[in-house]
Design a protein around this ligand. Structure first.
Ligand SMILES: C[S@@+](CC[C@H](N)C(=O)[O-])C[C@H]1O[C@@H](n2cnc3c(N)ncnc32)[C@H](O)[C@@H]1O
Length: 419
């Protein structure tokens, strides 16, 4: 979709790059990696009216004002823009400097651990997610959105019919991009988000509330933002600021696994901040009871505003009770869950149970697993484990349209797996 812009009464032809830059900014694509189409960028930058449009499409866009990217990201973006303009000797509009100085005077306390990333859907609507600015934090990879989730979401957008009237369960949902896009763009019968990490599940619940709450229920959301919510959010930020790896460094050696990088002193600091009246049992969901119906086990919660949607605590390495029975579905989705050879056997065991058609062989569940192939050995270990469990797989055709702006230098593959 292009944006039509009128300058001095004239309709300047469709400027795709304005939307492109805006979408990259929303997703917080590192400023140095942003793609500018040179001729259009030059046009944008040379014209003060277009510069204002660029501000309105980025730092001043209503979505970014309401759900801002990190302050340091916005500052770097504005710094780059002004640098580009100055090096072109362009006539720079006052608003450009004003926007930059506003950002420079922004409070650092507006934390640099959690931010919002927004992903534009084909309709033009945005999904805004609360994410950590760090790729690995709190000993989990689940607090930011990974390339495979974006890739799988692109595939879902091109194949909505696959999900019509289907019950879907997602494994290792992380912050929910794939699932939220599936719920918004497909006629699913139900969607069960699952993960094993308490803080991932908490932020996931917030992201679902933010994006899937029906507008008629927005008053429920307002009343739902409790003091407890604020306290939990403060605690997550505090913990993140103590334990995060800077973005970028974490991926350099990326067969990471869910390592906990807490050393002794960090553990002590974490104990301190745990002493704040927020008790968190790692297997119990800590979601807002005015927005979610929580079952008696405290491991499963149904979204009151849209009963099709649920969240469950599910740890593949410690599958207890009847939870897997409750999660049996027509379709299993998972993105970026194949990276640690030590958890592959448990993941494949869970897949095998969920894919078992039982007595109803007409209704064979299918899994779609999107993986970034960082290491061929890990991929092979997964394929061997699938084969050993008697499961079949085939590679699915990749999405045709590149909608999101993730790093495509490492291949991503979607496998369809069935019994
Ligand atoms: C790399 S992240 C991917 C998150 C999300 N699917 C995405 O692509 O953005 C891996 C996810 O798997 C979850 N995970 C890791 N080990 C798990 C386990 N044993 N049981 C359930 N979930 C697990 C993590 O909490 C994390 O959310």
């Amino acid at each position: 979709m292009a944006t039509s812009i009128t300058v001095e009464g004239e309709n300047i032809s469709e400027i795709d790059s304005l939307l492109e830059i805006s979408s990259q900014f929303f997703e917080m694509v590192p400023v140095r990696k942003m793609k500018w189409k040179d001729d259009e960028a030059a046009l944008l930058l040379s014209n003060p009216e277009l510069q204002k449009h660029l501000l309105l499409a980025t730092v001043k866009h209503p979505v970014c004002v309401k759900f801002p990217p990190s302050l340091s990201y916005m500052r770097s973006f504005m710094k780059l823009l002004i640098y580009k303009l100055e090096s072109e000797d362009a006539n720079i509009c006052d608003e450009m400097y004003e926007a930059y100085t506003d950002l420079l005077s922004g409070s650092e306390e507006d934390d640099e651990t959690l931010c919002y990333k927004s992903y534009r859907m084909p309709s033009g609507d945005c999904i805004s997610l609360r994410e950590s600015v760090h790729l690995v934090s709190q000993g989990t990879t689940g607090l930011s959105t990974w390339q495979a989730a974006q890739h799988l979401a692109e595939w879902v957008l091109e194949n909505p019919q696959t999900f019509t009237n289907k019950c879907v369960t997602e494994l290792g949902s992380g912050l929910g991009l794939t699932g939220i896009i599936t719920c918004k763009s497909c006629q699913v019968q139900s969607y069960a988000f699952t993960d094993c990490h308490a803080q991932v599940l908490y932020l996931l619940s917030k992201n679902i509330e933010l994006n899937l709450l029906h507008s008629s229920s927005s008053s429920t959301l307002d009343s739902g933002s409790t003091d407890r919510d604020k306290k939990i959010m403060r605690k997550i930020r505090k913990q993140l600021s103590l334990s995060s790896e800077p973005q970028g460094s974490a991926v350099s050696d990326i067969e990471w696994g869910e390592t906990s990088q807490t050393d002794d002193s960090l553990s002590m600091q974490l104990e301190d901040i745990n002493d704040d009246g927020i008790y968190s049992d790692p297997v119990e969901l800590d979601v807002n009871a005015s927005v979610w119906d929580i079952d008696s086990s405290h491991r499963l919660a149904t979204f009151k505003s849209d009963k099709r949607v649920s969240i469950s605590h599910l740890d593949w390495e410690c599958v207890k009770g009847k939870i897997l029975e409750k999660l049996k579905s027509d379709i299993i989705l998972a993105a970026d869950v194949v990276y640690d050879t030590s958890i592959i056997p448990s993941l494949v065991y869970v897949l095998k149970i969920l894919l078992d058609p039982g007595s109803n062989s007409n209704k064979k569940p299918q899994a779609y697993i999107a993986s970034t192939i960082r290491n061929e050995d890990t991929r092979d270990a997964f394929l061997i484990a699938i084969g050993n469990e008697g499961l079949n797989y085939m590679v699915v055709e990749s999405p045709k349209q590149q909608r999101f702006h993730y790093d495509r230098s490492v291949p991503i593959e979607i496998l369809q797996v069935s019994a």
